[in-house]
Every structure is written in structure tokens, then in C-alpha cells.
Design a protein around this ligand. Sequence first.
Ligand code: CO8
Length: 258
Amino acid sequence: TKSYETLLTEIRGSVALVTLNRPKALNALNSTLMAELADVLSLYEKDDAIGAVVLTGSEKAFAAGADIKEMQGLDFVDAYVSDFIGGWDAVSTFRKPLIAAVSGFALGGGCEVAMMCDFIIASDTAKFGQPEITLGIIPGAGGSQRLTRAVGKAKAMDLVLTGRMMDAAEAERAGLVSRIVPAERLIDEAVEAAQKIASFPRAAVMMAKEAVSRSFEVTLTEGLRFERRLFHSLFATEDQKEGMAAFVEKRKPAFRNR
Ligand code: CO8
């Protein structure tokens, strides 16, 4: 396995655990970190042994945003020509399930990266926010779009315009996070969820992710058509035969990712 300057990686069963690791900067997302994250995700996407990935930070911070010290000197032409943060798309285009396990601060780009994941499990200490406005900018990696789709206009406007933080309970009520767990249980709970996902047939899992993700892109009619096409296609898999036979025969299925 490769080693990275700003990430720690660990394989647990069929799950890869990726830990953002810039402790002195509260995991601020600089270009090295985002390039390393894109690199490791591309490896896991190709690796048949990996069925799902958990992305986490430290207890104090998932990530306190894009690296302000790196952005400070940017001018418009630099930002535009280099498509500053364009490389972050590697997180949202990753095709296997990706769970964010968030403890502490998930601010600005940190909140945005968490929202690029398929779902967020939060510790009771998590704090989410889009404080860009306090720096004279606005969210640049999906905060105005994914946050609004997740929590609705009222709360998204409140957070983006005031720059305030919301705690885990508010984030769960608003629909931004799928569950809250005690801080000390966070990694285990997220890895267990990922392991469960990884135990199901790979193609069905990836299509389920693709179908739900599609609902954010297209009309209901088109989304339903897309879902139906994927649904029908799964009847061409051996694992569908195995899953249904096992149910009828009252035994555990032995999936082969075929
Ligand atoms: N960038 C760079 N360094 C940071 C960042 C950051 N986002 N956040 C924290 N750090 C550094 C601090 O500078 C400090 O370093 P040093 O010890 O060298 O002074 C160290 O991390 C510890 O931070 P604090 O001492 O501030 O820790 P506190 O516990 O007192 O405060 C906070 C924690 C409240 C999280 C505070 O650090 C903070 O407000 N951080 C900035 C949060 C923020 O504004 N984030 C949004 C950044 S903008 C952004 O993300 C845009 C994303 C869109 C993509 C880009 C579009 C162009």
C-alpha cells in the first residue's frame, strides 16, 4: 500500500478507512490533500477487494475547510485558469459507496466534502457550517447546492448567509446526517455500516448508489425510467438468482459479485 503525506489509510475487511491527517491545521483541505484523496479513491475504485470506503478526520475536526492560507494569495485568473478545486470532483464521482464519519468541525470545504459522500454519520460532537461568507467568499464546492438539497432553502440560507455552525442534533433534524452516535463509537459504527454494504452484491450496491444519486440530477419521470432500467438489469446477475434462492430455501446467500 502507498503512503501519503496528508492521509492515513487502513483496510478493515472489505472496507477502506481513509483518515484526513493534517492535525496542525484541523485537516484544512489543501491541494496536496485533495490530490492524495483523489489518488487513493481511484485505487480503491479499481480494487476488487474493496466494497466501500469510510472517510473520516480527527476527533476535533473532520475538516475545517479549504486551506485558507493556500487560498489567500489566489487571484481571479489563477483560480479560474487552474480550475481551483475542480479536482475535488474525484470525491463526488467515486462509484463505490463512500460514508463520511464526522466528528468535530466540518466547515466550508469540509462540510462540502462530507456532502459529496453518500451519507454522513455524525458523532455527537460534530459541527457543520458554511462560514465562507465571513472570509468574503461563498461556498465553492457544492455548499450552496448540495446543502440546499439536503436541508431545504430556509436552513441553507441561514447557514450560508450568517456563517453560523449547526450541531449534530440540528443537522440530523434537518436531514443532513443519517445518524448520530457517541464520539467513541463513530469509526466502528461507520466501518460496520460500510462492511454491511460491502457484503451485498457489488453491482447491486453500485447501481443503488447510482440510482439514488440520479434523483438529484433529473426529473421524476426520467429518474424512474433510469431506476427501472437498472432494476431490470440486475435480473441478469447470478447474485440475484442466489439471493432469491437463498431466501426461498431459508439459508444465507453466498454472493460472488457476479
Ligand atoms: N485553513 C487553514 N488553516 C486552518 C483552517 C483553514 N480552513 N482552519 C484552521 N486552521 C489552522 C489555524 O490557522 C490554526 O493554525 P496555527 O496553529 O498555525 O495558528 C490551527 O488550524 C488550529 O486552528 P484554531 O487555533 O483556529 O483552532 P480553534 O479551536 O480556536 O478554532 C475553528 C477552530 C473555529 C474551526 C477555526 O479554526 C476556524 O474558524 N477555522 C476556519 C473555518 C473556515 O472559515 N472554514 C472555511 C474555509 S473557506 C472554504 O472552505 C471554501 C471551500 C470551498 C472551496 C473553495 C472555493 C474557492
